[in-house]
Ligand binder design. Sequence first.
Ligand code: ADP
Length: 369
Amino acid sequence: MIVLNLKLVLFIGLLLIGVVLYGVVTAVQQRRRQAHSGLAVVSSANLRQQLATAPFGLLVFNQQQMILYQNQTANRLLNNEALAELRQDVALAYGRASADGYTMAHTHVLNLPEEQTLSWWLCPLENGALVWLEDLSAQRRLEKSTRLFLNSLSHELRTPLTAVLAHIELLRAPDLPDAIRENSVNQIHQETNRMARLVQDLLTLSRLESAGPLEIRSVDLTLLVEAVVADFILIAEEKEMLLSLQADTALPPVLADPDRLRQVFINVLDNAVKYGRAGDKITIWLSHTPPQVAVLIQDTGPGIPPQHLPQIATPLYRARTDVPGSGLGLSIAAEIVRQHGDQLRISSHTEGETGTAVTFCLPAQSLKT
Ligand code: ADP
């Protein structure tokens, strides 16, 4: 009886050991499979939390291209079209990878409508695939605007250079009549001045973008604008235009970098005078709209055609080429206003009561007593 019971105990013991061993082996295999499927990467709750808001997208697919895990960035970046393309890429990669032993990760760039560019790095694993997703849209937009800028710059420089070279060629001719010689010299002078102005404005813009922080001070805006108006009043009078300043009497000082701020008024007034016609009026309004001081520079000139308005402050963009200019005045002004925490707003009418209005705000200094 006792012998029988001992055999039973031994049998049950062996059975239990077998079950435990089987459990351990299956668990180890399961962990191995998870590690291979990439799930191990996201199986820790803490890591999952960190990855949820990571600045790159992360996805784990199983063999059937089902998503086992995706973080918030991936969720935000992938629309239906991108997801379908990604699934297809996972299937293809998985098919290829089984032949090459899962060693071939690859990168794929997808251009979507509305200038969206996604790039993913796909790593096929035995039981699925791991995908790192990046949004390249901003980088691509920057590359595009740099290309456009360089294009415009080459064009802006090529026109005066061609004229200068042509006049130099003309000056080489023997027995050139004095009048033609003088005209050529004047043209060369004019065109080289144009290039020098362009280069100067480009330098100003690039210094603004790379210069250190603003030298913010308490600035008496009325005094600053009065000084700029004094510089322009004669030029305006010569063109039979009326330039005036309307400032609130109790205007508080503003917090601004006076040198850069002066440049904004110079550039905007320069345009108003340059594009204005005899009889046009230019008025600068300064008003206290707590906690800011609002600036409005309004002219009754010919205005800017509406199709040009969206790009008007883009570097080198010009709506009129019949009047000399670098196409950088408004971009410089816009950059300075941006550095002061606001945007340069430009509205314009070319029909009815024509004219252009440029507005922006500056922080008023609170005068505590
Ligand atoms: P530009 O050197 O050509 O004047 P800006 O950047 O200062 O360059 O201005 C860009 C374009 O905006 C100009 O080419 C001109 O067509 C238009 N513009 C700017 N201000 C005015 C204005 N007050 N009235 C009419 N057109 C203007």
